[in-house]
Write a protein that binds this ligand. Structure first.
Ligand SMILES: [Zn+2]
Length: 223
């Protein structure tokens, strides 16, 4: 047993009328989202297979160009721009859909993980074989921008153990590729889908009283 205290996920007091909606961004599922008091089965998801396939093609082509005997910078720029042109609408479409999902709840507040992204621009990461290194920041940025357009506050929470932690009892479960299993005696959770479970844990970490808005967001005024 680890003695490190776990982030609190359950039982946080929140202002009345606010519904924190947790959003887990990823590669297999671009998005899994759920309200803090929701359940795994009714979580909202958007699958990411299409983007993954395009990204794999990009990485392969970039590496081929970089291995060329001529200066291929211009070619790399064009290829990267073309791929981003294909993927960007899907990233923004996913963001629009998750914001719309959040709007189904009273007083929605989007909760994202405060992920330690590498600061290098997308361009410098163009041959990174892990699609997540640029897809995840792009997704989070798009979600924050679309939430801002819709006047929905966004808050960022500690990402530690959001995947492993059981959204009901708060203990750490065992994680496999698609699932997380809570083995705590008497906990009714059992084995659940991991991204959806992470979305619930993220939502439950929403701060109790204050929202930290994305730095780039304009303040939202309610009369
Ligand atoms: Zn549990």
């Amino acid at each position: 047993m680890s003695s490190t205290p776990l982030p609190t996920t359950v039982g946080q007091r929140r202002p009345l009328g606010v519904t924190p909606v947790g959003v887990d961004v990823g590669v297999k599922n671009l998005i899994a989202a759920a309200p803090a008091d929701g359940d795994v089965e009714s979580a909202f998801t958007i699958e990411g297979g299409h983007i993954r396939t395009r990204h794999e093609a990009l990485v392969e082509a970039m590496r081929a160009l970089q291995g060329a005997k001529f200066d291929s910078t211009e070619g790399q720029i064009q290829l990267f721009a073309a791929l981003w042109h294909q993927i960007r609408p899907q990233v923004y479409d996913a963001a629009v859909r998750v914001v719309r999902y959040a709007q189904e709840f009273a007083g929605p507040m989007l909760v994202l993980e405060d992920l330690p992204f590498c600061d290098a621009p997308l361009w410098e990461r163009r041959t990174a074989s892990d699609v997540g290194t640029w897809l995840l920041p792009a997704l989070q940025h798009a979600i924050a921008a679309k939430a801002c357009d819709a006047g929905i506050p966004v808050t960022y929470v500690d990402p530690k153990y959001t995947t492993q932690q059981c959204h009901v009892c708060g203990d750490l479960g065992s994680v496999s590729q698609d699932a997380v299993e809570c083995t705590t005696e008497d906990c009714p959770v059992g084995t659940v889908s991991r991204d959806e479970s992470a979305a619930l844990s993220i939502a439950q970490r929403a701060p109790s009283l204050t929202f930290k808005r994305d730095q780039s967001m304009k303040p939202v005024h309610h009369d």
